[in-house]
Each structure stands twice: as C-alpha cells, then as structure tokens.
Ligand binder design. Structure first.
Ligand code: SF4
Length: 247
C-alpha cells in the first residue's frame, strides 16, 4: 500500500516533491522512499498516463475540428439571418439576380403569414416560417469581396450556377458532380449575371477599386486594351449605379 501510494504521488502530481512524500510516509531513509517510486508499477503507471494523454489529445483534435465546423455553420447562419432581417426591415437593399429573388421570397413568406395570422399571433408563430426558410439558405462572401454567393449543394443550385456552367463549357465537368461553386471560374462579371449572386452596398470598396484599375487601362496605347477597358468601365459603372440606387 505504501509503495502504491508512493508511485501515485510521484506520477500523478505535476510537481512531485520527494521530501513531501518522505514526510507523508514517515520514512527515515529517503533513498528507500525514492526506491518505492522506481517500482515496475511506476513505469506501468507512467505508460498508462502517457497513453491516456495521447487519447485525450486525439479526442481534443477531433473535437476542435468538429467544433470549428459547427462554429462556421453558426456564423454563416447568423449572416443569413442578419441579411434577411435587414432586407425585410428595409435597412439593406439586396441587389443582383440572387438578391432580388431572395427579397421576393422573403416578402412572399411574410405576406403569407400576414394573411393566415391576421386574427391573433405570437412573434414565434410569425417568425417560424422565416426561421425555417433561413435554415435552407447558405451564403458565402466571395473570396475577392465583390458579392455574396448563395449557391448551396443542391442539384438545382448547382445547375444554375454561372461559374459551374462556365467550367462545364471549359472542361466538360457536369455541375451536379461539383461539390459547390468554383471560385476559380467566378470572376465578378460571371457572378454578376448568376442567379445565385447577391450584391450589397457594403461591398462597394471592391467595385470602386475595380473602376480605378479599369480607368488606368483606358490610357493604354493599344486599341484592343482601350476597347476592353471601355467595356469594363461601362459594366462597373452599371454595378455601382445599381448599388447606389436608393428607393
Ligand atoms: S457564379 Fe458566383 S454567385 Fe454564381 S454560384 Fe458561382 S460563385 Fe456563386
């Protein structure tokens, strides 16, 4: 029992102190106390502890990966809810083909509720169809920062995605076989015409910088570059005018 206690004391405390153990055991010879802690059982216990630590470390890694994924999903859902609620309250205008469709869908849900619940309702009853709708939505800000993509993983979403259709033309890869939007084919002009695309005024800095860049190309000595720059400027000014439009 004394040996078992000595082994535990030395391996289970972060800062084991031999003299403390010596005192606990009321041992005269501290070399005997030290010998207790070097038993075979001590090695076994150490191995056991190390194995447990590795298992816990592995579990912690798995947990943190899952946790990160959940946190990302939660964050995305918060963005979905914020954008939809701001749009419904009139504080945020949704532009782009996807933005207009989304706004119409939101208004449709609210109007349907107003009709059904005219007599008496609670906020919860009123909000439930909207909450259910939010959960079906996905939204990612495009990595270049020009717009928001609401393309999810459904076959329908992918079949109308501008970037996937362009990729299909380029490589023959069918949209339904893709995991989701392919940003390498999603330049701003492709996204601008895509039914999944939402543009909001908060992303104006991207478009302003793009106009400045295109303006520089207008000074090119090459006719081809100047023509392409003119087209680009016209496209960008159209997007900016839409973003600046206020009802
Ligand atoms: S083209 Fe742009 S908006 Fe459309 S699915 Fe691809 S990334 Fe999303």
């Amino acid at each position: 029992m004394r040996k078992f206690f000595a082994v535990n004391h030395q391996w289970r405390y972060f800062f084991p102190e031999l003299m403390v153990l010596n005192h606990q055991l009321q041992q005269r010879d501290k070399n005997v106390t030290a010998a207790y802690t070097r038993m075979e059982a001590g090695n076994a216990l150490k191995l056991h502890d190390e194995r447990q630590a590795k298992l816990k470390q592995h579990a912690a890694l798995l947990w943190s990966a899952e946790d990160r994924l959940t946190a990302l999903r939660d964050e995305e859902q918060r963005m979905v809810r914020y954008i939809c609620q701001q749009a419904l309250s009139g504080k945020l205008q949704l532009h782009g083909p996807g933005g207009k469709n989304l706004y119409n869908d939101l208004v449709g849900i609210v109007e349907g509720q107003l009709h059904v619940t005219r007599e008496e309702t609670s906020d919860m009853t009123f909000n439930q169809p909207l909450e259910d709708f939010y959960r079906t939505l996905t939204m990612q800000v495009h990595p270049e920062g020009h717009s928001i993509c609401k393309c999810g993983g459904s076959a329908h979403d992918k079949s109308v995605a501008g970037c996937l259709r362009l990729k299909e033309l380029d490589t023959g890869a069918a949209p339904e076989g893709e995991p989701g939007p392919d940003y390498s084919y999603a330049v701003d002009e492709v996204c601008a015409g895509c039914p999944q695309n939402i543009r909001v005024k908060a992303l104006m800095p991207y478009w302003a910088a793009a106009v400045d860049e295109a303006m520089l190309a207008l000074a090119s000595s090459s006719d081809g570059v100047r023509d392409a720059a003119k087209e680009r400027v016209a496209f960008l000014e159209g997007v900016i005018a839409e973003l600046c439009y206020e009802n």
